[in-house]
Unconditional design. Structure first.
Length: 413
């Protein structure tokens, strides 16, 4: 195994043993071979740098390189934007470690040497994001290569396979990232994915959102801070933004649309399905720091005379989202609030029990214009997971869940 830091700066000699120069850079040409070092840039003093192809390398060792030809067979260097430069584009760049669920820095690159048709090809196997790579960089030129190797053997390795690393083409900085398949990203918790997105560039954020399905994208955007939520959605075309926002809870969707530029929010609302758009517009009537601005209008509402078995069948038939299942809201024959039933009680009850027998006491609710401070106090006093919101006729219009409260309280810190 070799490392990029052991080759960068290495002395290069031609087939006759003449000194050609030092290795200044290594290039990958993705269109030719995604993991092969295809070109080596060799410089000497004030002379114009030369380029050695992969098939002109006879042997490689830490600090030393031998060519299969003499210096006259090497090409003069002409910059090529299609080449990925190991020193410039890879070392010290940030990449996303999906296993560690965080952004890490590339400290070094591990290479394997292969004998092919009498020459030596260098293939990238892994990127080093751990302590050994950092130590090699620190001691390079101070401690002999073999001495560095003895030191690094005692350190814990942390690497990422090169097959998972890819170049972000739209990014003018040409940063690298892990190859992002939708399946791989979907395995991450949205909160972890949001943390990662907060540490990378805007172009990389958009690349992530573009690779996700609408539901996963919605969950991830909901976990971002408000500033980044707005930035991400502002860059999406209205149709794509609408598809994602439709997957959000109405309260989250309303908060997000409210933060957009007026022209953008109008375009997004026009692209949304009629029912989802109507729910969001209804919530936009309420102030952000009110119960109406915090509530989710997607709630499970059943009659107080229904049995536990009937309600469970109803929930199964309508494929109710888990986000709506903290409490089941009860209404009487006049459609007024008759109480709420925690899902825990619903699970433990007999199939024939009436919902009215399972009601949580005391019966609590707030009006849409109640302040967030009032809501916080009720949640704290009664240790609630959910609180019904009713209109002036005492008809349930939504519910506030504990995660809404926590998110709003964090925003105030």
């Amino acid at each position: 195994m070799l490392h990029a830091t052991e080759i960068l700066g290495a002395e290069a000699y031609d087939s006759f043993g003449n000194f050609v120069g030092r290795v200044k850079e290594m290039f990958i040409v993705p269109d030719e071979q995604p993991n092969r070092i295809s070109r080596l840039l060799i410089g000497r003093g004030q002379y114009r740098p030369l380029v050695a192809r992969y098939d002109q390398i006879a042997a490689v060792a830490p600090g030393r390189l031998k060519l299969t030809t003499d210096e006259s067979a090497l090409e003069l260097y002409n910059p090529n934007e299609a080449w990925l430069a190991v020193r410039k584009d890879l070392l010290d760049q940030q990449i996303i470690d999906t296993n560690g669920r965080k952004v890490v820095r590339v400290n070094d690159v591990e290479l394997a040497d292969h004998r092919v048709n009498g020459n030596t090809e260098l293939r990238i196997t892994q990127v080093d994001v751990g302590l050994p790579g950092a130590v090699r960089r620190l001691l390079q030129g101070i401690v002999p290569p073999m001495g560095i190797r003895r030191i690094q053997q005692k350190l814990p390795r942390r690497t990422i396979l090169w097959e998972f690393v890819n170049l972000i083409e739209p990014d003018p900085l040409r940063r690298v990232k892990l190859r992002m398949s939708s399946d791989k990203l979907a395995e991450l918790h949205p909160a972890d994915l949001a943390d990662i997105m907060e540490e990378i560039s805007p172009d990389e954020r958009q690349a992530i959102i573009d690779s996700l399905d609408e539901e996963t994208a919605a969950e991830t955007i909901a976990e971002l801070d408000k500033r980044l939520q707005t930035q991400v959605v502002e860059k999406l075309d209205p149709e794509k933004a609408a598809d994602i926002i439709e997957e959000m809870n109405p309260d989250e969707a309303a908060d997000l649309i409210q933060s957009l530029e007026p022209s953008k929010s109008k375009e997004v609302l026009e692209e949304m399905e009629h029912r989802e758009a109507s729910e969001v517009k209804e919530l936009l009537r309420f102030g952000e720091d009110t119960a109406g601005g915090m509530m989710n209008t997607e709630i499970v509402v059943v009659g107080e005379d229904a049995t536990r078995g009937e309600v469970v069948d109803y929930i199964r038939f309508h494929d109710v989202s888990l986000d709506q299942l903290d409490n089941v809201v009860l209404i009487n024959r006049e459609a007024a609030l008759a109480g709420t039933v925690p899902v825990a009680r619903l699970i433990l009850a007999d199939g024939g029990q009436r919902m009215a027998e399972l009601v949580f006491e005391p019966m609590l609710s707030v009006k849409p214009d109640a302040t967030d401070k009032e809501v916080f106090e009720i949640f704290d006093k009664y240790n609630l997971r959910s609180l019904a919101v009713v209109n002036d006729a005492n008809v349930p219009v939504g519910a506030i869940t504990v995660d809404d409260v926590v998110s709003r309280m964090r925003a105030k810190l």
